[in-house]
Design a protein around this ligand. Structure first.
Ligand code: SF4
Length: 421
């Protein structure tokens, strides 16, 4: 699941939490001057595709490399900003209708905990999607090997050899961006606000990668100095928009310079997608999180109807095929719903499923974030602790995700384009 998967994600929007909405503010963010006509969007094209475009314009292939550098490393927003091109070429391309066409942050909601939720305007349709910046993360990455990027850390990190120093300097060692992959979602998890939107459309490659770049710009993130985690857990199910999702990942790794080992994609359990994902090369494959959310098929089919198509065992067995990097672990996300999924006997069944995978794994517990019209109850703190201790006693690594941005509907399962002034 993309953003929503399972709570998947980590976003929230919520009114029902009883938090004061007066603690947040809404701000319209003026954009920089951007090319406006989406006649020929460049953002989202690979380096080879950009080179082909330049060849079509009668230019040598190395101009394509300059173009990729300008778009993804310098993060320009208009053709007029490509300083490595002579003015005559810039003018000619603009006259032909060439545009960068990046997504744009249209609205910002800021939580008392520093989390920011953005409404982001795409370029392929009028709808906005939601992206979340968590400056201190939500502990979702704890224990999954993120701190050891191994041989596939970002190119900048490897080149500069200053990862640790950069981490300390920036104070952003755990900053996390939660990214959407679709407008709405078709998966219909019963505990998720995003499901109420239904699926409106897939996001393009440029719209998925563009959310990340827009936030990097807003937060003045410098690749190679600041360490940022990405979680594809916003709106939508990434594996139901697989090609665009993976093309965006490749851009973010190969062109923007982010590490795949600091990215996690969460799926609701789309088995064909998991099998494809397991075959991706480790140089570009993010880490995998399965939005489990139930101890058995009876409960899972109730809270996640997608389980009727792919059973809980089929999902866990599909995960077995993934070849993990050293110290990498698969994550099982688990939303605790009072009386439905939070009992000790449920924890014992979850431990059995984790063992069935046969892989190094951990469980991330998420105390359900309430939403209007959703018929579940938040778990009691004592029930959360009991569940956690039962899993531990079964020998399972378990972490509790901290809710971030509940007062602005930015927490897990709360992304539904809620706008409150
Ligand atoms: S409905 Fe979609 S967005 Fe919501 S949790 Fe399920 S897969 Fe994720």
């Amino acid at each position: 699941m993309g953003a929503g998967n399972g709570f998947c994600n980590g976003i929230a929007k919520c009114s029902m939490l009883g938090h004061s909405v007066a603690s947040k503010y809404t701000q319209i963010v003026p954009s920089r001057i951007t090319d406006l006509t989406p006649s020929q969007p460049l953002f989202g094209l690979s380096r080879a595709e950009l080179a082909a475009q330049m060849a079509e314009a009668g230019e040598p292939a190395w101009r394509g490399q300059q173009l990729a550098e300008a778009i993804y490393r310098q993060r320009i927003q208009s053709v007029g900003e490509i300083t490595t091109f002579p003015k005559e070429l810039r003018d000619r391309l603009r006259a032909k209708g060439w545009n960068v066409c990046r997504t744009r942050i249209a609205q910002v909601f800021r939580s008392v905990d520093g989390t920011e939720r953005y409404l982001v305007e795409g370029v392929a349709g009028p709808e906005t999607v939601e992206t979340v910046w968590m400056p201190e993360g939500d502990d979702g990455e704890a224990g999954d090997g993120s701190e050891d990027e191994g041989p596939f850390g970002s190119a900048q990190d490897r080149d500069k050899g200053q990862r640790d120093e950069g981490q300390r300097d920036s104070g952003r060692a755990r900053a996390t961006i939660c990214v959407s992959s679709q407008v709405g979602c078709a998966v219909n998890c019963q505990f998720c606000l995003t499901a109420k939107l239904g699926l409106q459309r897939n996001l393009t490659t440029g719209e998925i990668a563009g959310q990340v770049v827009a936030v990097l710009d807003r937060q003045n993130v410098e690749i190679g100095r600041d360490r940022v985690n990405l979680v594809f857990m916003g709106m939508g199910e990434p594996f139901l928009n697989y090609d665009n999702f993976m093309a965006a990942v490749r851009l973010l790794v190969e062109e923007v310079g982010l590490s795949p080992q600091r990215m996690t994609v969460s799926t609701s359990g789309i088995v064909p997608g998991i099998l494809r994902f397991a075959a991706e090369p480790p140089e570009v494959r993010p880490k995998l999180a399965i939005s489990l959310n139930a101890p058995d098929n009876a409960v899972r089919s109730q809270v996640m109807p997608i389980n009727r198509k792919w059973s809980i065992e089929a999902v866990v067995d599909a995960v077995c095929g993934i070849k993990l990097r050293p110290r990498e672990r698969v994550t099982f996300e688990y939303v605790l719903l009072a009386g439905v999924t939070d009992l000790p006997e449920h924890a014992r069944l979850v431990a059995r499923l984790v063992r069935r995978s046969g892989l190094p794994a951990k469980v991330n517990l998420i105390a359900w974030n309430p939403g209007p019209g959703i018929p579940y109850t938040m778990p009691e703190p004592a029930a959360i602790e009991r569940f956690r201790q039962t899993l531990r006693a079964e020998g399972v690594s378990v972490y509790l995700r901290r809710p971030r941005g509940r007062d602005i509907y930015a927490a897990c399962g709360q992304l539904k384009r809620t706008v409150e002034g």
